[in-house]
Design a protein around this ligand. Structure first.
Ligand code: IVH
Length: 670
C-alpha cells in the first residue's frame, strides 16, 4: 500500500481504538498492538511530512509548548448557572418555567461535573481551538493541552455541521489524582488539594507532553452554533455522541429525563448518596429544560439561562462530640492524630473516628476537648473534621495541645522545618516503628511474602524473636511453632514464603527496606541508576541529587539510612540470606517486538541507563542499533552532549530525535 493510504488507514484505526477506549471504556486492541501501529504511523509521518496531519493520533502524546496562553474572544458568551440548595428553590424554578411557557416542560437532569469549563471549536470536523471560560467573554487558548485528552476527538465522524462549538467540563479522575498525590508523598512534596484544582493547573501547564501524562478526561454536553440543527438538548447529546464526543449519555444512570420534577428528585436523591462511588467528583446536579423552543422562550438573565439551574449538594456534614484523641505512630515515626467521636450516622455509615492530619490542623480548628465538631465525608474512606461549634463549647474545657512525647516509647518528639508531621526519633526502640518496618517489608508491593501477616509480625516481635527484617530469615520451624495458633502447615508456608522472596528483584527489595521518602517510584529510579546496594550505599549527596527528580530531602534520607550501622548490618545479613541486592538485566528488560523494523543511533550521556543498556533494551525489543546516522535510521536517541555532527545530520535527513525520557515512556520504563 502506498504510504499516503497507509497513513490514512492507520489514522482511522487508531482514532477508532482511541474512541472505544476513552469514550466507551472498551478495548478493541491490545496496548501492544496500539503502540505498534502508532509507532508505524509516527515513522511514516516523519518520512512523509507532507501527509502528516495536525490532527493525527500521534499528536496525543503532546510535545507542543505553549509559552503564553493567548486570550481569545468567545463567539458565544460562556455563562454560568444559578445555584439552588433546596428542593423548595427547585420547585420555585420549575413553577417559573411553567408560568412562562404556559405548559409543562420536559426536564433533563445531568451530573454537575466538578472540573474546569471548556469550549471547543470544530471546523470541518477537526478540532480547531479550545478555550477556558476566562471571564466568560474572553477565554485562554489551551488547544495544545486539550488535544492530549484521549476522550476529546481530534477528528469527528459522521455528518457533522461544518462549524460549531461544544462545551463541557474537563476533569481529573479521582484515581489519577490519588496516584499523583501518592507519588508526591513518596517524594516528600506538598500534596495537591483536590482533583478540580489539579485539573485546572494541569490545563495551564506549558508542556503538553506533561499534560498528556496526567490523564485528564472530559464530559461534553453543550452544543453551540448559529443554526441549531436539533429540536432538543437530548437530541443534541445523541448527535454529539455519534460524532465521537463523550457525553453524559455514555452511562444510562448519568442522565434522567422527566416530564415535570418528580423523576428529577429521584435522580438528585440517588446521586446525593451514590456520588462517592463515581470515579470522578461531582458537586451537584444540573437541571435543564429539554426542548430548544422552550429554552428560547425562557431566555437569559444577564448572567445565566432561565432554562437551567444547578442543584448543589451540600457536603454531607453532621455534628457530634469529640471524645478523645489517639496518636498513631507510623513506621517512619510520623505521628498522626485521630479523633474518637461519639458515634454518629453519616451518609449511611456510622462514624466513630475522624482524621485530624497533624498539629497545624488541630490549631487551625482551634479544637478543645469535648467540643462539638462537624464531620464531613469526602471521597476518602475516613471522614474529616471540618469545623467546631464554638457556641456549644463547655466553659471548663481546654484547647487540644499536641503531645510532645511519643505515646508509646515516651521519647521527646521532633518536628523538622518544613514538614507538617511530628516525628518520634526513636526508630530502633519504638515498637510501632519496629513492627511497622517489618510489616512494610513483607507487604504485597514490597517483598510480598506469603504466609505472614500483620498479626504474625506482631507476635514475632512481642516474643522477641524478630527485631528487624533480617531476623525473619533466621527463623526456624520451632520458633514458629512456639507461636499461638501456628501449626505445621502455617509454619511451612511462612518458611516457603521467605524462601520465595529471595527471587524478588533489587528495586523491590530496595523499596522493602523502608528508607524514608523512598517509595516505589524512587526505589526503581535508584535501583536503575546505581545497579547495586553497594553503589547506592556509597553514593554522595551530589551523586544522588544529580539524578533527575531526586531532591535534597530524598538524598539526605538515603545518606542517613546508610550512615546508620544497624541498617548496614541488617543489609549485610539480608544479603547473606540470599536476597537480591543487584540489578538483574534480563528481569528488568522484558522482550517484545515493539521496536521491530526500527533502527536507532545512540549518542550522548544518559541519566538512567548507560549506552550498553540502551542497546540491550532496543535489541531485546526487536529494534536495531546502528553506529552512524543515515536516511535508513529512524531515531537518534540523544542524551546530553549528543555529538554535533550526528545531530546536524539527523536534522538534515529528517531523522527523529528521541530524548531519554521519551524513550523510557515509549518503553514503559518509568
Ligand atoms: S450546563 C449556561 N451542565 O457548572 C451554562 N454545566 O455552575 C450551561 N457544569 O458553567 C452549563 N456539569 O462549567 C452544565 N452537566 C452540566 C454541568 C455543568 C458541570 C459546570 C459548567 C457550568 C457550571 C455552572
Amino acid at each position: 500500500m502506498d504510504p499516503k493510504h497507509r497513513i490514512e488507514e492507520l489514522t482511522q484505526l487508531l482514532n477508532q481504538a482511541n474512541h472505544e477506549y476513552y469514550v466507551n471504556a472498551n478495548s478493541v486492541m491490545s496496548d501492544f498492538d496500539f503502540d505498534q501501529l502508532l509507532k508505524e504511523l509516527e515513522v511514516l509521518e516523519k518520512q512523509f511530512p507532507e501527509w502528516a496531519s495536525d490532527h493525527s493520533p500521534t499528536k496525543r502524546v503532546g510535545g507542543d509548548i505553549t509559552k503564553k496562553f493567548e486570550s481569545v474572544a468567545h463567539r458565544f458568551p460562556m455563562l454560568s448557572l444559578s445555584n439552588t440548595y433546596s428542593i423548595q428553590e427547585l420547585t420555585d424554578f420549575y413553577e417559573r418555567v411553567v408560568k412562562t411557557l404556559g405548559e409543562d416542560a420536559d426536564l433533563v437532569a445531568e451530573l454537575k461535573y466538578d472540573g474546569v469549563a471548556i469550549s471547543i471549536q470544530y471546523e470541518n470536523g477537526f478540532l480547531k481551538r479550545a478555550l477556558t471560560r476566562g471571564d466568560g467573554e474572553f477565554g485562554e487558548d489551551v488547544t495544545a493541552n486539550v488535544k492530549t485528552i484521549g476522550s476529546i476527538p481530534l477528528k469527528l465522524r459522521g455528518a457533522f455541521p461544518s462549524d460549531f462549538e461544544i462545551r463541557g467540563e474537563i476533569f481529573m479522575p479521582r484515581e489519577v489524582f490519588n496516584e499523583l498525590n501518592q507519588r508526591r508523598q513518596e517524594q516528600g512534596e506538598a500534596l495537591l488539594a483536590n482533583p478540580r484544582n489539579t485539573a485546572a493547573g494541569t490545563l495551564k501547564l506549558q508542556d503538553s507532553a506533561v499534560v498528556a501524562q496526567r490523564k485528564l478526561d472530559s464530559f461534553l454536553y453543550g452544543f453551540y452554533s448559529i443554526e441549531m440543527p436539533f429540536q432538543s438538548h437530548t437530541q443534541s447529546l445523541e448527535m454529539c455522541r455519534e460524532w465521537g464526543f463523550k457525553t453524559p449519555l455514555i452511562h444510562p444512570t448519568y442522565l434522567a429525563k422527566s416530564k415535570g420534577l418528580s423523576g428529577i428528585l429521584d435522580f438528585i436523591n440517588y446521586w446525593d448518596q451514590a456520588r462517592y462511588e463515581l470515579p470522578f467528583d461531582i458537586d451537584g446536579v444540573v437541571i435543564k429544560v429539554d426542548r430548544f423552543d422552550h429554552q428560547k422562550a425562557l431566555g437569559f438573565t444577564a448572567k445565566s439561562p432561565r432554562w437551567a439551574v444547578a442543584y448543589k449538594f451540600t457536603s454531607q456534614k453532621v455534628k457530634t462530640r469529640l471524645l478523645s484523641i489517639d496518636y498513631q505512630v507510623g513506621r517512619t515515626g510520623a505521628i498522626t492524630p485521630v479523633a474518637n467521636l461519639e458515634p454518629v450516622l453519616l451518609g449511611g455509615t456510622t462514624v466513630r473516628r475522624a482524621s485530624l492530619h497533624n498539629a497545624d490542623q488541630i490549631r487551625k480548628l482551634d479544637l478543645h476537648y469535648s467540643d462539638y465538631v462537624y464531620v464531613e465525608k469526602g471521597g476518602e474512606i475516613i471522614p474529616k473534621i471540618v469545623g467546631v461549634e464554638v457556641a456549644e463549647r463547655i466553659s471548663s474545657t481546654e484547647s487540644v495541645e499536641f503531645i510532645d512525647h511519643c505515646p508509646v516509647c515516651q521519647t521527646k518528639l521532633v518536628k523538622e522545618e518544613g514538614l507538617a508531621q511530628h516525628l518520634c526519633p526513636n526508630a530502633d526502640g519504638c515498637m510501632p516503628q519496629i513492627k511497622g518496618r517489618i510489616i512494610h517489608f513483607i507487604s504485597r508491593k514490597a517483598m510480598g511474602i506469603e504466609g505472614i501477616g500483620e498479626e504474625t509480625v506482631e507476635a514475632l516481635v512481642d516474643k522477641g524473636l524478630v527485631k528487624n527484617a533480617a531476623d525473619l530469615y533466621d527463623l526456624n520451624k520451632e520458633d514458629l511453632l512456639s507461636l499461638e495458633r501456628f501449626g505445621e502447615k502455617s509454619a511451612d508456608n511462612l518458611l516457603a514464603g521467605l524462601q520465595e522472596s529471595k527471587t524478588i528483584p533489587f528495586e523491590r527489595t530496595l523499596f522493602a527496606l523502608g528508607i524514608k521518602m523512598v517509595g516505589e517510584t524512587v526505589a526503581k529510579k535508584l535501583a536503575r541508576h546505581f545497579g547495586s546496594i553497594q553503589a547506592l550505599a556509597t553514593a554522595s549527596f551530589e551523586d544522588l541529587v544529580h539524578i533527575h527528580e531526586i531532591g535534597d530531602r530524598i538524598a539526605e534520607s538515603v545518606i542517613q539510612f546508610f550512615a546508620n550501622p544497624e541498617n548496614r548490618e541488617m543489609i549485610r545479613r539480608l544479603e547473606q540470606a540470599g536476597l537480591i541486592f543487584e540489578r538483574n538485566e534480563t528481569e528488568v528488560i522484558a522482550g517484545s517486538q515493539k521496536l521491530s523494523q526500527l533502527s536507532f543511533v545512540i549518542s550522548g550521556v544518559f541519566e538512567t541507563f548507560d549506552r550498553d543498556e540502551l542497546k540491550t533494551i532496543i535489541e531485546r525489543n526487536g529494534g536495531e542499533v546502528k553506529s552512524g546516522v543515515s536516511k535508513n535510521v529512524n531515531y537518534l536517541l540523544a542524551g546530553s552532549g549528543v555529538g554535533p555532527t550526528k545531530l546536524e545530520k539527523a536534522k538534515a535527513l529528517g531523522v527523529a530525535l528521541v530524548s531519554e525520557s521519551e524513550f523510557k515512556q515509549l518503553m514503559d520504563l518509568s
